[in-house]
Design a binder for this molecule. Sequence first.
Ligand code: NOJ
Length: 515
Amino acid sequence: MAASWLKDAIFYEIYPQSFYDTNGDGIGDFNGIIEKLDYVKSLGCNAIWLNPCFDSPFKDAGYDVRDYKKVAPRYGTNSDLYRLFGEAHRRGMRVILDLVPGHTSEEHPWFQASKKAEKNEYSDRYIWSNFCFEGCGGLNYVAGESERDGVYVLNFFKCQPALNYGFLHPDKPWQRAADSPAALATREAMKDVMRFWLDHGCDGFRVDMADSLVKFDDEQKTGTSAIWHDVRAMLDAEYPEAVLVAEWSHTALAIRAGFDAAFCLNDPWTGYPTLMRDYDRKHPEKPDNSYFRADGDGDIRRFLEPYLREYEATKDLGFISLITCNHDTVRPSWNLSDRELRLAYAFLFTMPGVPFLYYGDEIGMRYQDLPTHEGGYFRTGSRTPMQWDNTLNLGFSAGCADSLYLPVDSKRGAPTVAAQEKKPDSLLHFTRELLALRGEQADLRDNANLEIVHAEKGDAFVYRRGGLLIAVNPSAHEASAPADISGKSVLYAIGSGEAADAGIVLQPQSFVIFQ
Ligand code: NOJ
């Protein structure tokens, strides 16, 4: 049962390293986020997803947690984070943290104990084989780094050993069942982490690699889903307003497993291809057919087909979350012009589900070509400091330039909040108006119905949200669609559209909501 606040939620994702630095050390902090809460609220966002902010060696930007219950000192103290929860709540906003249940840092005390040759409480907290010269049946592993005889399984990078939630069908002496005492102990330890933060005022979790828990799970993720059902039951009983948002490659499975929402990530490494980034990094010679490009092939069906399948399967159970981008993808302004971005955002924020705006996308922050930092690799370029104004370090930090977490966008024309506040036609004001519209119109809310009216390659794409009829034409040419708009008036428009013999005609690069 989804938390009651979720149906109106619009999230803002904050990468804490890069949002706002108040102590001049070059890294963003909790006090900085508190100072900017009114700004986030002014955008129309009423909830925040904070990327991992826990104690960590930062070999994967904090997704390598060393202590689940202690924040990283570079962001402040636990008390600062509790204050952030309180300040957000005072403004009617919510904050969800990033829970990383599948793995820890190799420096986590559980893993340090688990590596030891003598048997101890944590020996089975991770997945180990019994013999150093034995592989793990296809799972990635590390051998030769422990006094313990055996190899350990990895969940992602080398620094991230997999926690042991058991195997669906254990068939080796070292594989534990998902209901074995060791696997249950891991699950209970993660529930304990969740209770800790919920008791201190957090409103739920974005769950990292939520589908990765039980090993050699089946296609339906039966083993992993059973764990989330159990977690959901705990939340329903103890924290009924807490939300769970999944990073899980299959949205419908995540929602059926008890998640309130799940990200639509056709391909988490490049953004979802067909809409905003139909670009293949392995084949840069291929044309970019992102639906929202004026020169794309105008085929919304590549996105719609899988989306609708998942939407129909889950619309009464939970929400699909569309994102402008996230800390793992290239920013949308990389391949979309200002006008194309507006059309893409207009679509994203008029679709059902719980939407997420990544910090800086509201001003069109640019993807930077940068060397890797904290395990970012190509993702580093989307993690640069927020651009507030044209003062030192674009207002992000009073520290010296080489102390910054990442360099700020130093090229000409770097967008800033201050400059765009002054321009009534800026992307910032555009985004704010769009989110306000979503907030005002009950038919645009997260749980209002979606119906596709017309979706053919090259035609205007038309869909209905409750009583509103919405038409989109991202192409450089006029486009039409058979849709009856007689008796309707324009509620909102980018460009224009009007009735014609065939139904509706939209001017190039237009988006119109009729009521
Ligand atoms: C997904 C996160 O979004 C990504 O940033 C991280 O590197 C991996 N999971 C591993 O935790």
